[in-house]
Design a protein around this ligand. Sequence first.
Ligand code: PMP
Ligand code: GLN
Length: 382
Amino acid sequence: LLAADGGLGVTIFEEMTTLAVRTGAINLGQGFPDEDGPVEIREAARAAIASGANQYAPGKGLPELREAVAAHQERFYGLAPDPATEVIITTGATEGIAAALLAFAGPGDEVLTFEPFYDSYGAVIGLSGATHTTVPLAAPDFMPDVAALEAAFSVRTKVVLLNNPHNPTGAVFPPAVLQRVVDLAGRHGSIIITDEVYEHLTFGVGHTPVATLPGAAGRTITISSAGKTFSLTGWKIGWLSGPEELVAAVRTVKQFLTYSSGTPFQAAIAKGLALPDDFYTGIASALEQKRDILSAGLRAAGFDVFTPQGTYFVNVGTAPLGITDALDLARRLPELVGVAAIPVPVFCHPEGAERTRSLLRFAFCKKTNVLEEAAARLATLR
Ligand code: PMP
Ligand code: GLN
């Protein structure tokens, strides 16, 4: 299990944030914005607390939030989950991922993910007792090889765990790639769990929920969260939707993980999900500018920059600087130049770690002047 999270006793996010705090470095490691989300949502939480929304919420979530999640799915994607039976609220996407994996996968099963994979996937697949199989995503575009994808499926592939837009690479998979996964899942009788927490953070491309593709709806659990869309990562309100019988199985597990999730935050996020379309387009265009500022700085500093189409992360190759070990560099970078980043090999099994050995991930969900200062510091590496 320890090997599944890169052999580290604490998560890489905690390790790098602790290092950034100790050294006073600019933290472009752990992904969290340095500006809080919309004031109306924060005020709504305050009002909910004042009006007494302070005891347990129903286990499956406040009705107004389940309804808001369903309305959001309908408004953006034309999906219409029944808020009574096909939506549940979770304690962040992290709990949704854990509850879904534990509901569907166990010893003797295989769970297939792309690699690099978000750190909690490896750890929870380990907890479930299932085997973790992977399909590599390689720079520069981080798209899966179709033959490798087909070869990775087996009769034991119980779950395909997708993440789109993809952390850490910033890739956004085109509908044809997603359809391929859906078709293979159909052929092998696999359940699809799709983590779409960055659904609104795409640049110049739209987001295609897996559940909208032919053949997907009946076998897909879709997971998202308020953290990224509303820049409220500390609230830990997430949700998932899918066919009633799959959602019921996940809910059974969720009951015994946390039972329910923060009541006043749920009430406030219900209001957030109803914000007008220009809020959603606004966050994407603001982030796209930040992406471009940091990418230009990283390029000027001598890195190979792999421009992301989504998320708030940009990956770079360190080889042009004569550095081949990103893990070692990430551990020294805060002292060296005063910037923290995340090494990509920690999101991989040993073979994948070798393949991604010189990749570093930087978060760009920070104020413009912070990104410019980070770029100036990184320029002194050469
Ligand atoms: N999935 C991915 C791909 C993420 O990047 C993150 C966190 N940044 C999560 C899940 C966890 O989301 P939450 O904070 O809502 O638990
Ligand atoms: N998802 C965030 C990232 O990828 C961090 C979340 C965490 O700290 N667990 O940076």
